[in-house]
Ligand binder design. Structure first.
Ligand code: SF4
Length: 486
């Protein structure tokens, strides 16, 4: 699909000036963070569980071919159909074909990042099939014609007032100020959609190879209705969603619910193994699982970044990221945002489409510290930064790159030669005088350093270098003195 180049720098610059967005982000991410911290602290051996989750994902991803075939075999044994989609277009074509064969005119959807990724709603609309999102956040986003800005809370950037105005404008109803009233309107509209839809489309949080079971977690009950009321259920899942055994589920469900929302368990957990059996009271007559690659094999082939596929989409890394918390999800330019977006968007879309994203991080490691499968973000980000430097995206920046490399070589020479370092520091101390601002920082520096001082402090070089002050302190301590003004 023809995705545009992501322009993180310009989009994030706009986002940081948006006071309303800032308030919404702080509000929601703080709530998720404290709930996650509390819930994880109540589980004995939480870190060991994270390590075990990582081990299982590592083993699964390294044997993905075997587990995928096992999954296919077991879904078919349970009476389901399995389809393989190499990319987003193929995934949409498969789903549209299933709909056409069954004369389906309208579908209901539960929340699925994979369907956002392949732009399924646009493809369905172009095929004349009406698609209605049934997760409340996704419903709001669909009405607004936007993309989700958070993996688990798609409408996190919208205030109550935004939603009231949106409902009034798009649904032709009076302005309603209470969330309960808005939810009631959405629920009433969705109920008839569920009853009239010919097909329900969902994602999958996990796909169990051993049993062919699809597992969906949610809090609203709409996914259960999506997968049981219409005659056909289609689940679209990235190939990395697989886990080997049914017994692994208790671990992953524990990690997911607590990391995502701080709940001990999500309100609804649906286990779907094939279509409805004769003895079942409800369920679809047909079940289809569409397994999506869309660039995942490329990630799998790269040993250095492969662990990006361990992600179970809990959103904890977003809530804890100092960059996401300032710029929000839309700055990342695609469906995945925050630290996980910074590492998978460039890999799924191609590094030339998102060369700024691996740099959208301070490498503080807060994401790694909360990730339930311990993805080593700083290491993966550094690897991707290296790939960006080697990529086509950097073509045409010959002079800039030359200057950057020369600067770093020069810097290495200076810092590895003490006398030279001392001489340069002393020279810089004198040269900085015209730029000295208040409070020990330099004011505005000339280009190319102006880009730094535009947004950040640049501490002035001290008159007496630290090494001199250190020597002096050691001498004083040796003489029994005390110097607290180091
Ligand atoms: S990378 Fe880790 S923390 Fe971030 S969404 Fe995925 S599982 Fe959650």
């Amino acid at each position: 699909m023809g995705y545009e180049r992501i322009n993180f720098e310009a989009d994030s610059a706009r986002a940081v000036d948006d006071e309303k967005l800032k308030r919404a982000l702080v509000n929601v991410t703080n709530r998720f963070r404290s709930a996650r911290n509390k819930a994880s602290s109540e589980v004995p051996g939480w870190d060991e569980l994270r390590a075990l989750g990582r081990e299982i994902k590592k083993e699964t991803i390294e044997n993905l071919d075997r587990y995928l075939l096992m999954l296919e075999e077991n879904v078919k044994k349970a009476g389901g159909h399995v389809h393989w989609a190499g990319d987003g277009e193929e995934a949409c074509a498969i789903i549209i074909e299933i709909a056409r064969k069954n004369n389906v005119k309208s579908v209901v959807k539960s929340k699925s990042m994979a369907t956002e990724e392949v732009e399924l709603n646009t493809a369905l609309e172009a095929a004349g099939i009406r698609a209605v999102e049934t997760d409340l956040g996704e419903y709001i986003i669909q009405l607004a014609g936007e993309h989700p800005s958070h993996i688990i809370a798609p409408a996190v950037h919208k205030t109550k007032d935004d939603i009231s105005r949106l409902f009034s404008e798009k649904l032709g109803i009076p302005y309603l100020s209470e969330p309960e009233e808005l939810t009631k309107v959405a629920r009433e509209r969705m109920r008839s959609e569920f009853l009239n839809a010919g097909m329900g489309i969902s994602g999958a949080n996990f796909a169990v190879a051993e049993t062919g079971t699809i597992v969906i977690v949610e809090n609203e009950g709409n996914a259960r209705l999506t997968t049981t009321v219409p005659r056909i259920h289609v689940a679209l899942a990235g190939i990395e969603k697989i886990i080997p055994r049914y017994n692994d589920l208790s671990l992953f469900l524990t990690l997911l619910a607590r990391s995502a929302t701080g709940q001990k368990s999500s309100t609804y957990v649906s286990f779907i193994t094939g279509p409805r059996r004769k003895t079942d009271k409800d369920g679809p007559e047909e079940f289809h699982l569409v397994l999506l690659d869309n660039g995942r094999s490329g990630i799998l082939a790269n040993e250095q970044t492969r662990e990006s596929l361990y992600c179970i989409r809990c959103g904890a890394c977003l809530n804890n990221c100092p960059v996401y918390r300032k710029v929000g999800g839309h700055s990342y330019g695609w469906v995945y945002s925050g630290p996980i977006g910074a590492i998978i968007n460039p890999q799924l879309l191609g590094i030339d489409k998102a060369p700024e994203l691996p740099f959208a991080s301070s490498l503080c490691g807060a994401c790694r510290d909360v990730c339930p499968v311990k993805i080593d973000f700083p290491r993966v980000l550094l690897e991707l930064r290296h790939e960006v430097k080697e990529s086509k995206a950097e073509k045409g920046k010959g002079l800039e790159l030359f200057i950057e490399r020369l600067s770093f070589r020069l810097w290495r020479t200076i810092v590895t030669h003490e006398k030279l370092y001392g001489a340069i520091s002393s020279l810089m101390y004198h040269l900085q005088t015209p730029f000295r601002g208040k409070g020990g920082s330099l004011g505005s520096l000339p280009y190319p350093l102006s880009r730094w001082t535009q947004d950040r402090d640049f501490p002035a070089i001290a008159g007496t270098p630290f090494r001199e002050r250190w020597k002096k302190l050691k001498r004083e301590i040796g003489q029994g003195g005390r110097n607290r003004n180091l």
